[in-house]
Design a protein around this ligand. Sequence first.
Ligand code: BGC
Length: 795
Amino acid sequence: MRLVGILAFVFMATLSLSAQDKELEEKINSLMSELTLEEKVSLCSGRDDWSTQPIERLDIPWIWMADGPHGLRRAPATNKAGYGDQHPATCFPTASALSATWDTDLIYKVGQALGEECQALDVNVLLGPGVNIKRSVLGGRNFEYFSEDPVLSGELGAAYINGVQSQGVGTSLKHFVANNVETMRMFMNSDVDMRTLHEIYLTPFEIAVKKAQPWTVMACYNRVQGEYGTQSPYLLSKILKEEWGFEGIVISDWFAVIDRVAALKAGMHIEMPHVSSVNDEILLKAVQEGELDEAILDNLVKEILMVVLKAKSLDREDVDQKVEEHHQFAREVHGQAITLLKNDENVLPLSKDKYKRIAIIGEFAANPRYQGNGSSEVKPTQLDNVLDIIKNEYGKGVKISYAQGYNLKDDNDFTMIEDAVQLAKESDVALVFAGLPLHYESEGIDRKHIDMPAAHNQLIAEVAKVQNNTVAVLTNGSAVAMPWIEQVPAVLETWLGGQAGAGAVADVLFGTVNPSGKLAETFPVKLADTPAAFNFPGEQGNVLYGERIFVGYRYYDEKLIEPLFPFGHGLSYTSFDYSDIQLSAKKISDKDVLEVSLKVKNTGTVAGKETVQLYVSDLESTLQRPEKELKHFVKVELQPGETKEVSFELSGRDFSYYDAKRNMWIAESGSFEIMAAASSRDIRLKAQIELESTQQVPMMVDKYTFAKELWDNLETRELLKEYMPNWINGWVPEGKTMDEANIPGFFMEHPMIKFPYITNNEITHEQVNELIERCKNITYTPAYRTFKEVENVSF
Ligand code: BGC
């Protein structure tokens, strides 16, 4: 009943919205004719810290924007900074925990709850989600981002946006784009090649924009390929608007604008926050002096008014913040995120028959770390701690004892370890709560290493020496090294679980909730193993994306490095069997949709949830490609013994790479493998298909096109035969045809500009130019073999 009600509300909202959109458009057109130039300029910056500029004379309202993303950080007033004095709101698990759920339906619901809180606290736009890729384990804001994988990040981002926006509240998809380092974040140039930019860093934004149309996109602080994100026409106009069809407005990250005029020309709408009237005067002067076309300003202002008026029209009065309900929901959400990394001998769940004396060790148990540092810091409505929850909810019939173990104020204080070890010795099981203190993970600062404080590591190692049943319960927003991994039988990764996370941790430890989280980021053995180890955080304002497309698991696969725990890994208290992979076809074109289905069975004794991951591998490719790439995933719940069928749809894009020379996605003809997996290193089922591309790709011939490319294409080969027959014939073995010429690889590696030299002027420079002209419109069907190496004979 409730679901039907919600659907009806969304349906009505969508219906009335389009009619409303038309009405708004008319209203905006009439407002435009009344706005003065000064007023239009003023609308392109905030009024203060958190609101847009109103024009009272014309009844143009202002709207309230607030952080985000895992809860609402709403200042007491729009002109107050809102650190420490923010209004209490539900602090949900941070993005790195949310992503470990791999559950788009759940993230949608989190979005709905966040949207409700925004409505209750008069906020019109929530500043999130962040879908930047976790390029390095050291990234200071990794706790605020979803994943190292673009599809996972994009799908979760879209679900979050759709959830929030279903409540009549906007979002801000951030930080657009390639904002992957905090060091020098206001200036750093992300030196990333075009293919990588598209395949890895733009893709999550693309998915979120296309599937969810966020009301706003937040332009980043950093530069991308030399241009500030706030003033890049390529990113803001060409990609975001023209290619993806973004309908909303672009706001700057706070104080990110460098050149106001360039920013507007590029397609950025609002500078946030309000800086000073000087900035408005710069714009005014630019229009008056003809440097900025007023028509550009007008378009931007119209789009701003559309968002502002729409937001205002969806404002709801008397919405309840649902503080209690959301606290319970936050606990439920976190229960789906907690990731069981290791569980030898089924140490977990804690059975009261087996463990009568439970040692709870580590200050985090009493003094929880539950979110990250920086602009996303929420003031929680309440805060649970695991020590009290275990005592109150799970303590009956067992002895619960506590030892602090370490001092959160001093990483190198080892004085409390002895007491903790003593307690562990006298207990049946030791739960050691350890991880990263708050100041280790912060916006604005990157980590320098991936180690937990020395006292935490030593505590785990020492406790494990005296207690076989030691469980490391970790609290951290991103990957950490685990030097004691071989010594402990169980590791539970609890991320940053939000205000109600402690309850979820207890639920998982005691088996009330069966863990189903899976890693959305690879955990490396050591920092030196990581993809960006050589190129992070960059130097002298430049960060080279030297690992290119080989980010996260793509890198570990390519380098044959065994990670500590692979992307997608996460255990359960039950087990799952995969079977019966079926494809709707064995041969497809890039225009077809391929259906993939398979069966998953719960083969254990308790109910559980499994996330099935679908990877695609291009078995033979013209360009270098990752061994496999995640394309889809789904989380299913199964009772003991139950089997469910899951299915996925793969389309042309899922088989494509981005060709940076031609600026297009290309699905080459050839063989592809489809893999259903429980993690990126636990492939359960495989199937193969042949793809026949229908694409026609331009040859793009110029004087630097190489002989091998022209020879491998049958059309251009004919032209080579026409222009340099003697030279080709010189490589034809007795009795063979020109097509069978054994042209040495050495010569194939010559560009057209060199043809007169290698052919002894059989083809002249003029003829090379003529040949280039004749090749100009030639296209071909992309396939591996297009640039086939000829047999390498000596010359
Ligand atoms: C952060 C954004 C945030 C904004 C407003 C910036 O420093 O990068 O993520 O939304 O501040 O607090």
